[in-house]
Design a protein around this ligand. Structure first.
Ligand SMILES: [Zn+2]
Length: 65
């Protein structure tokens, strides 16, 4: 799950758990902004050259380690 996915999940859960119309309005607006986010850019591992999502590259099993 990417950072974007987690962000959206938290917003959706906040939306479903709020009884306040004011709060729901702000969360709806936040979800609309989320839709406008640019796609997560891919990064390249400086060691092995593998390309992927930033969190995947940070965590991956690098052959050169
Ligand atoms: Zn690597």
């Amino acid at each position: 799950m990417t950072t974007r996915d987690r962000l959206r999940m938290h917003l959706v859960q906040a939306l479903t758990r709020s009884d306040s119309p004011d709060v729901r309005e702000h969360i709806q607006a936040a979800l609309c902004e989320w839709e406008n986010l640019p796609p997560t850019p891919l990064v390249e591992c400086p060691v092995c050259g593998r390309v992927g999502l930033p969190e995947r590259i940070v965590c991956h099993d690098c052959d050169a380690e």
